[in-house]
Ligand binder design. Structure first.
Ligand code: C2G
Length: 136
């Protein structure tokens, strides 16, 4: 698959996140993404962007990317370095859908001229920070 020009990318479903200590909440979101029938491309928060988001991750970018690249239907993981890159990413990766969990409800509606936005129910009672607490 050549990546020289944006239209070379097949249509996809795009999502973003830290995806630290991958758990079934993340997996359910990615399953919902798969159900849209297109390959999944993930803007993965860099370690630097996580600090901007006041988030600490147990795993570094490379480790989190390696895990995601081995999830069914995920064909590209690329760095999420800032909040503003999404519009360019939508064009570059030929995104038909942008999906996020419901904790982001409405936050990306300003992109709805470029892509179909879907918010999926966030899985309650599970989060990376809770797992970190339990596993110490
Ligand atoms: N998620 C979920 N259920 C959970 C935990 C997370 O559905 N129990 C979803 C979130 O809603 C998000 C995705 O999984 O869509 C990744 O979650 P995080 O890694 O917590 O992502 P976040 O730090 O919120 O980064 O530009 C957007 C940001 O990069 C999102």
């Amino acid at each position: 698959m050549s990546t020289s020009s944006p239209e070379a990318f097949t249509p996809c479903t795009l999502t973003y996140g830290t995806f630290d200590v991958l758990h079934f909440g993340h997996i359910r979101l990615l399953k919902n993404a798969s159900a849209l029938g297109l390959p999944i491309r993930i803007g993965l928060s860099t370690d630097n962007f996580n600090s901007i988001k006041n988030k600490t991750a147990t795993l570094n970018y490379e480790e989190r990317a390696e895990i995601l690249m081995n999830i069914k239907n995920v064909d590209i993981v690329f760095p999420e370095k800032n909040w503003e890159q999404k519009q360019d990413d939508i064009k570059k990766y030929n995104a038909k859908f942008l999906i996020m969990g419901s904790d982001w409800e409405g936050k990306f509606n300003h992109l709805s001229d470029y892509v179909e936005i879907r918010y999926f129910e966030r899985t309650p009672y599970i989060s990376s920070s809770e797992i970190r607490l339990i596993t110490g």
